[in-house]
Design a protein around this ligand. Structure first.
Ligand SMILES: [Zn+2]
Length: 83
């Protein structure tokens, strides 16, 4: 196997799509990531598995967008295209 391993979890910002980091899921657990508090529906909403790259992507929000949305909450009303 080469490249990204199947155990990688990749975080990116759902608003600006910036890359926030990766986590080796073999060294952490759903509990420590806070995923255990989410319902399976919420998890399905933020997590996306790429079968080609064998990688799990987690949609989150970066500091920049968090600050921007706090200052301009109307941005949340902007419709985003379905993926
Ligand atoms: Zn962002």
């Amino acid at each position: 196997m080469r490249g990204a391993s199947a155990t990688d979890i990749v975080y990116y910002c759902k608003h600006c799509k910036s890359f926030l980091g990766t986590i080796d899921s073999t060294k952490t657990s759903a509990e420590s990531l806070g995923f255990s508090v989410l319902t399976s529906e919420e998890l399905a909403d933020i997590m996306e598995f790429d079968a080609v790259y064998q990688t799990t992507y987690v949609k989150t929000i970066c500091e920049y967008c968090e600050t921007a949305l706090r200052q301009h909450p109307e941005l949340l009303l902007t419709p985003t295209p379905l993926q």
